[in-house]
Design a protein around this ligand. Structure first.
Ligand code: GLN
Length: 556
């Protein structure tokens, strides 16, 4: 190209500075800051911008892999094998992108990097200080994620709520970012407005105080998203505007909704996207939410129900924590059910029940399909094996995920191959038939107490057997799926298991590890070593969940 033409091109395509939107929480956690962040992303994407999202978690843990899912929620795994916060799953589902480890940070990860830099003299003899070095490292990560993803807009969700000691350094980073790029940074406060039952009126005071706390950290929000059980009315909008110093128009109503996938539309109707674009000096654009609207209508129109039982341990703690621990599984079931126009009904079933009273297994007959999701440890395992035995014999559609696949092979070895001593070495390290075993590399990690980030993690290829059910479902010869496990199917039993009818239909081409098993003479019995739920999207449900739901609908 001629020099003159290049210059003209450059002038025409004058690149805008990358923009950054920080989302922080006020008053309470658990009010949907992650879904709000993800919905904002969906809106900007539907306006044609390239968008990426980051989660900054205040924990000292280097990743979420070492945190108990019943306390912290699901560990979401990225393609590149990072063990992250469940909100990353929401970003992927709403933004329809694959994120990587550069989109996730924790306090532990940030400090680890700064300390490593210090050890290798990267600070050239300077005194390394909490401020500015920690916030600088946070901002280096944010700008790196923005450029690596070629994002015009980067949304950063800061975990926790303002006023917590833990997220001060992230707020400090955000403040420094604004100072350096005043026209390119916006702040959104997602806050909770209670309606105390004895008053019956929505109260703005806690949010006013959250705003003051944010001001104390040197940050003025540009927008307040008012989460509550009811819509924000005019008088309260005015109160928030006056006391928080936010434009009245930028006080956004966000009442509870029945489906999170309505949120992009609800937010767009209040022109959130264009209001934030204005703050960032970008002109308004139309939002193309057609695909989301079609999904919303499908959800509303569904009448018939499909009943799926999810069997596992941990389930004693009640539905509240569970919905967080298995959020991607729940979402994947929903996506597939809506695809077929049915209402998903989920029941959590504690497997320990089936150990004490095997007669209760009959109760499984009322479900159209059963899932055993991933898990760890020894509790409730015999109950899960009894469940698998029951659904195999009674022809109830079954999807076994990770532990659910491993235990399906244990059940098959015990009850079909008559190898009574079959087990996973995770439960019985001296099993007579270690059909699920551990490779020496993994065994070494465990022996040396190296647990963090050492499982088989992230995306691996899987070649699908010709003529198999899964190959038909995937409509492909080979797929890539995400893993998170330490134990594996023992290939010494491969032929035996395959020939007896539990067919090995998916294997990793490099390692020959068994990734998928399926029963031939069964309406649907599939076990997968990976976690298909991480790849399911509301606008693109996962083939295996679709397979299960379709079989479950036929099993009414
Ligand atoms: N506990 C099993 C393993 O580590 C399965 C893990 C899982 O279900 N995610 O191999």
């Amino acid at each position: 190209m001629e020099y003159k033409t290049i210059l003209t091109c450059m002038r025409n395509k004058k690149k805008r500075n990358p923009k950054y939107i920080f989302v922080v929480g006020g008053v309470l956690s658990g009010v949907g800051k992650g879904v709000t962040t993800a919905s904002l992303g969906a809106i900007f994407r539907a306006k044609g911008f390239s968008v990426t999202a980051l989660k900054a978690d205040p924990y000292v843990n280097v990743d979420a892999g070492t945190m108990n899912p019943t306390e912290h929620g699901e560990v979401f795994v990225t393609n590149d094998g990072d063990e992250t916060d469940q909100d990353m799953g929401n970003y992927e589902r709403f933004l329809e992108v694959d994120l990587t480890s550069i989109n996730y940070m924790t306090t532990g990860r940030v400090y680890q990097e700064v300390i490593n830099n210090e050890r290798s003299m990267k600070y050239k003899g300077k005194c390394v200080q909490v401020v500015p070095h920690i916030p600088e490292e946070i901002n280096r990560r944010i700008t790196h994620a923005s450029s690596a993803n070629s994002a015009e807009i980067t949304i950063i969700e800061i975990g926790g709520t303002v006023g917590e000691y833990e997220n001060i350094l992230f707020l400090e980073a955000a403040r420094m970012m604004k100072l350096a790029n005043p026209d390119d940074v916006a702040f959104v406060l997602v806050s909770y407005l209670p309606i105390p039952s004895h008053i019956g009126e929505m109260k703005t005071k806690p949010t006013q105080q959250a705003c003051r706390l944010l001001n104390g950290a040197g940050i003025q929000p540009d927008m307040i998203i008012a989460r509550s059980s009811a819509a924000l009315d005019k008088p309260r909008k005015e109160k928030l505007a006056i006391h928080c110093g936010v434009k009245k128009d930028n006080c956004i109503s966000a009442p509870n909704v029945s489906s999170i996938y309505s949120i992009p539309r609800i937010m767009d109707e209040q022109h959130i996207g264009n209001k934030l674009l204005k703050t960032l000096g970008i002109s308004s654009r139309k939002t193309q939410l057609t695909r989301w609207n079609v999904l919303e209508r499908k959800i509303q129109k569904a009448k018939k129900e499909v009943h799926i039982g999810v069997v596992g341990k941990y389930f004693g703690s009640g539905g509240f924590t569970l919905s967080d621990s298995y959020i991607s599984v729940i979402e994947a079931i929903r996506h597939a059910a809506w695809y077929y126009g049915v209402i998903p009904k989920l029941t959590w079933i504690d497997s320990e029940e089936f150990e004490a009273k095997p007669a209760t297994l009959r109760s499984l007959g009322k479900y159209n399909g059963i899932i055993v999701p991933g898990g760890f440890g020894t509790r409730g395992i015999e109950g899960i094996i009894n469940t698998i035995s029951y659904v195999r014999k009674k022809h109830i559609p079954y999807l076994g995920i990770c532990y659910g696949m491993q235990l399906a092979t244990v059940e098959f070895a015990r009850n079909v191959l008559q190898k009574k001593g079959a087990h996973t070495v995770e439960v019985d390290d001296a099993a007579l038939h270690p059909i699920i075993h551990i490779n020496p590399h993994q065994a070494k990690h465990v022996k040396e107490n190296r647990y963090g980030g050492t499982m088989r993690l992230g995306a691996y290829d899987c070649v699908l057997e010709h003529g198999s059910r899964v190959r038909k479902l995937y409509k492909s010869k080979s797929v890539s799926e995400r893993h998170r496990h330490r134990y594996e199917f023992n290939n010494e039993y491969k032929e035996m298991v395959h020939n007896a009818g539990l067919r090995i239909v998916g294997t990793n081409p490099e390692s020959s590890l068994v990734e998928i098993v399926e029963l031939a003479n069964h309406p649907f019995f599939v076990g997968v070593q990976f976690h298909p739920e991480f790849l399911s999207k509301p606008l693109n449900p996962h083939p295996l969940f679709k397979g299960l739901i379709q079989a479950a609908i036929n099993n009414k």
